[in-house]
Design a protein around this ligand. Sequence first.
Ligand SMILES: NC(=O)C1=CN([C@@H]2O[C@H](COP(=O)(O)OP(=O)(O)OC[C@H]3O[C@@H](n4cnc5c(N)ncnc54)[C@H](O)[C@@H]3O)[C@@H](O)[C@H]2O)C=CC1
Ligand SMILES: C[N+](C)(C)CCCC(=O)O
Length: 518
Amino acid sequence: MKLLRAAPIIRFLIPKLHQTMSRSLSTGVFQNSQPLNYRAGGRVQPVDSVGQEQAYEPSTGRVIATFACSGEKEVNEAIQSAKTAFKIWRQKSGMERSRVLLEAARIIRERSEELATMETINNGKSIFEARVDIEISWQTLEYYAGLAGSMAGQHVQLPGGSFGYTRREPLGVCVGIGAWNYPFQIACWKSGPALACGNAMVYKPSPFTPITVVLLAEIFTEAGAPPGLFNVVQGAAATGEFLCKHAEVAKISFTGSVPTGSKIMEMASKGIKPVTLELGGKSPLIIFSDSNFDNAVNGALMANFLTQGQVCCNGTRVFVQRDILQKFTEEVVKKVAKIKIGDPLLEDTRMGPLINRPQLEKVLAFVKGAKEQGVKVLIGGEPYVPADPKLKSGYFMSPCVLGECRDDMTCVKEEIFGPVMSILPFDTEEEVLERANNTTYGLAAGVFSRDIQRAHRVAAGLQAGMCFINNYNVSPVELPFGGYKKSGFGRENGQVAIEYYSQLKTVCVEMGNVESVF
Ligand SMILES: NC(=O)C1=CN([C@@H]2O[C@H](COP(=O)(O)OP(=O)(O)OC[C@H]3O[C@@H](n4cnc5c(N)ncnc54)[C@H](O)[C@@H]3O)[C@@H](O)[C@H]2O)C=CC1
Ligand SMILES: C[N+](C)(C)CCCC(=O)O
């Protein structure tokens, strides 16, 4: 059982366990030729537009898709398409919805190599990681398929034979707005519970990663979803705003940065629409000297370098108890030096390029600023040019570890969203807890210790929605995920996500006569 849950990570760490499948695509060849909008059960060109965007293959810098950003009319078309499907879908029993989700999960599993390849081409993460993302994605749909059949209300007996009952009802047309770091997985984290509860969805991926979400839309249709149940519009902020302001949208679920989250909440407030916000973080990872040393080192790597460090829940502030600081730092640096950077579609690559040039420049500027503030760059933090000539225009950098950091430095306070780990020494539990919590964010946190009482005590004291003990960045779909403080609110995954995609109706039934007071 334990092994099953840990399967993605084990595969990640022990590559040979995964069967290499033949792949028709290699880096530097994919070119999108199909429409990227999806509504009423098919790919369409948008009926109007607000500008144009280009999507890149980050490992080569090539443009792989040029597309129109959906305008107000197209957004409305997608919402009307969702409304049509909602009328059919809301009438289905939980078991009927479950079957569609299970079939979608099966198709994703069957096509996982193709989906992982496309995710790698458009996002830049290594094929190894993309496979894990796809695995988490179908597991999400399976999990919510499992819950769909058992969603139920409550029956309450009242005096005189009267009674009441509650019905768990869908919200209607839900909007999902996604980030570029986990394009397919984020779409599954949102659509899984949304559809299980009987809603329809209009989804807007990040304009940097428009490709794989449309494949998900096709998969839902193939799995038997009514046309319009899951629609895709493409574009950036303007398209997102049309969605958030639309009167017929019942709920918005957003993953992205804090400033955008704040704007979305503001727009949603005008229509009294509920929102789920999965925002950024600057999460602490606390390593006590009594930890299992190798696990702690591996935990710090998992907390910082997945998806080139572009992960909202990354544990980028690594607090290390002073007596093991030197040994820990040396071991981390030794392991970081071995991370294989390069073509993300190659089996042995563990780090691909960042998402785009501005992101690369932003991250390198953080490292430069950190140096100016007095940190010691222990390794990396430089642009990286792979030997393969086709990768010379890719957005690569070497993974970076910063030593001699202080809590007041910019690199320790701000979300970098790149492969940069800051190491900070500490002495006592009380001190480290206070420093760990001294941030406006609260998405995740981690603690490594062999002292179980201390580990649980520290986890209880950490102001973060997702706390890991003796591991980091595993994400079983069964467990709720979401933030405290400015990292957002609402939860994805776990049973609780149902609460965020449904509403409760109370029906009060009188079995006697109406006793009027008039
Ligand atoms: N917490 C997380 O998982 C993520 C955090 N970030 C952080 O945000 C920084 C900027 O990345 P972006 O992709 O620009 O993030 P963003 O927050 O601007 O974009 C996320 C999504 O929101 C959409 N969007 C942007 N403005 C909008 C608006 N006014 N109304 C509705 N939708 C809107 C975007 O098109 C995208 O689909 C990154 O460097 C990183 O620091 C980015 C992506 C994910
Ligand atoms: C899968 N995991 C835990 C590494 C990251 C998921 C959160 C995100 O969208 O950044």
